[in-house]
Ligand binder design. Structure first.
Ligand code: CA
Length: 506
């Protein structure tokens, strides 16, 4: 990955056997699995192991050149302290504006642009999930055929709402997440709520009057169907109430039409999941290239996953546009360090058995591969978890790395398109927002041919450059934003919304 590195990874399908002679003349002393590291030079015990021109660990013992560097041979370095970081000192790269790219989107009354036309049913509490799920099925089969411009109905179900310490300071995170996800541009400003009645999270606390202009007025409440309402006699009457309210919104949503809008209206969230050692070589650099294209086109791009950028914090604070942005990033990192400490762990709790099988020895190596999704643009802003994004450019949206939580928080930020890279493979999807999945390896793209939308593995096999795949991804983003279905949408796959709730449960 860099001239200063003393390790490299084996990209060949199936790995390489002991005795293989590499192009450089180096002879492998061990068999090395695909994605795993080979020592390019003799390492003494405690010598730094360098990949991406970064010390990802220290040699646990002497390691001769040509050896397989398994996880057990890598001692993890301490996390970098959060003081004395370089602050907003990186020279801004020259990035010429990219003009003339458009997509077909749904312009909303508040100026935001949707990529899908969906009816969302917000819920205040998990108790109503079964009823809302039933109602959503009936809406899909009985009502949607009458409103052909509406693509689907999305039940915003979650595990929050009651049995929680709702006034705990961190309780604002799940509440504002749920509020802002109801305002996602794909829902066209047509929020409705299904509530139980006795729950802690009351509808007016979730969506206060004025948050969404109802019928052009700021002083009306968002419509609520309350299951405990005395008028409800029997299950079917609850379903009829939900369907009647839903139909009011379907009438409005059905009037939405796609129109030509500039690429600058894209609000893209990027993340990775089921990563391997290829992630930082193929898919994530291609996403980083596309991130730069989006920024040049005037769009908003969010990268996230705090534990996966923590070890690259010095690169990020240095790329901040201002000391304020760098400080905001440091605040988010410090908050997360403390959050993990409270739970008796540190950032190393992030890596999975699959990451390690895929060649990632520790969180430092994983972070170096993850962070490249941010491309090279200056970091224009920082968004705390659950808040709504109000600016363009490259944004650090602070979220956990957990796929479904990161996706949920980015959707709450106002994301209208999601990019997801994977090396091990995951069928991940979101109901509110289309997800383009990018495979890091040819083998995964071949086997999961009807789940992966883009194959970045061609970069490792030399068939395509990072720029080729970056541009392919950029064009696909415009197509998907215009209505082309992703594989996850084709199969109707989506994960649950999972709220980030750092506050106590009662
Ligand atoms: Ca993730």
């Amino acid at each position: 990955m860099h001239d200063n590195d003393n390790v490299a990874i084996v990209v060949n399908d199936g790995g390489l056997t002991s005795g293989t002679v590499l192009e450089s003349g180096l002879v492998l002393k061990d068999g090395v699995p695909q994605g795993h590291k080979v020592a390019l030079a003799d390492l003494k015990e405690n010598d730094p192991i360098r990949r991406y021109n970064v010390t990802i660990g220290f040699a646990a013992r002497d390691i001769p050149a040509g050896s397989w560097i398994s996880e057990a041979l890598v001692k993890m370095p301490e996390a970098r302290a959060l003081d004395d970081l370089p602050i907003a000192n990186a020279p801004a790269p020259h990035m010429a504006p990219l003009e003339g790219y458009t997509f077909q989107g749904y312009r909303n009354p508040d100026g935001s642009v949707g990529t899908r036309n969906l009816l969302a049913i917000t819920t205040t509490v998990q108790c109503v999930a079964g009823v809302v799920e039933h109602a959503a099925r009936r809406i899909r089969t009985e009502l949607l055929p009458k409103y052909p411009n509406v693509e689907d109905v999305v039940a915003l179900e979650h595990s929050y709402g009651c049995g929680v310490a709702i006034d705990a300071p961190d309780g604002v995170i799940p509440i504002r997440t749920l509020r802002n996800i109801s305002l996602n541009p794909n829902f066209g400003g047509q929020a409705m709520i299904v509530s139980l009645g006795c729950e802690k999270l009351q509808p007016q606390r979730l969506l206060p009057r004025g948050v969404i202009p109802i019928k052009g007025s700021l002083d009306a409440d968002v419509p609520v169907v309350c299951l405990q309402d005395a008028a409800h006699v029997g299950f079917e009457s609850m379903i009829q109430s939900i369907m009647a309210q839903a139909e009011e919104h379907l009438k409005v949503l059905d009037q939405r039409r796609r129109e030509t809008v500039p690429a600058s209206e894209l609000v893209v969230g990027v993340q990775c999941g089921g990563s391997d050692a290829f992630s930082g070589v193929t898919a994530n650099p291609a996403v980083g290239y596309a991130t730069d294209l989006l920024v040049r086109a005037g769009a908003a791009v969010m990268f996230s996953e705090t534990t996966e950028v923590r070890d690259g914090i010095d690169q990020l604070t240095s790329r901040a546009v201002s000391p304020e942005v760098a400080e905001a990033m440091i605040r988010e990192m410090a908050w997360y360090d403390e959050y993990l400490k409270r739970g008796g762990v540190d950032r190393s709790a992030n890596t999975t058995p699959g990451n390690k099988k895929g060649g990632l020895s520790n969180i430092v190596e994983k972070a170096m591969g993850s962070i490249v999704k941010s491309g090279s643009a200056p970091i224009a802003g920082v968004l705390p978890p659950g808040e709504k994004l109000k600016q363009k450019g490259l944004i650090y949206a602070a979220t956990p790395a957990s796929d479904f939580i990161c996706g949920t928080l980015q959707a709450a930020a106002g994301m209208n398109l999601h990019i997801f890279t994977t090396g091990r493979g995951t069928p991940y999807g979101l109901a509110p927002v289309p997800v383009i999945k990018v495979a890091t390896r040819d083998d995964l793209a071949r086997r999961w041919h009807d789940l992966m939308d883009v194959n970045a593995g061609r970069i490792a096999s030399g068939e395509a450059s990072i720029a080729d795949v970056g541009w392919e991804l950029f064009h696909l983003m415009l197509d998907v934003a215009s209505g082309k279905k992703t594989w996850a949408e084709h199969h109707r796959l989506h994960n649950a919304l999972v709220l980030f709730n750092p506050a106590p449960i009662t």
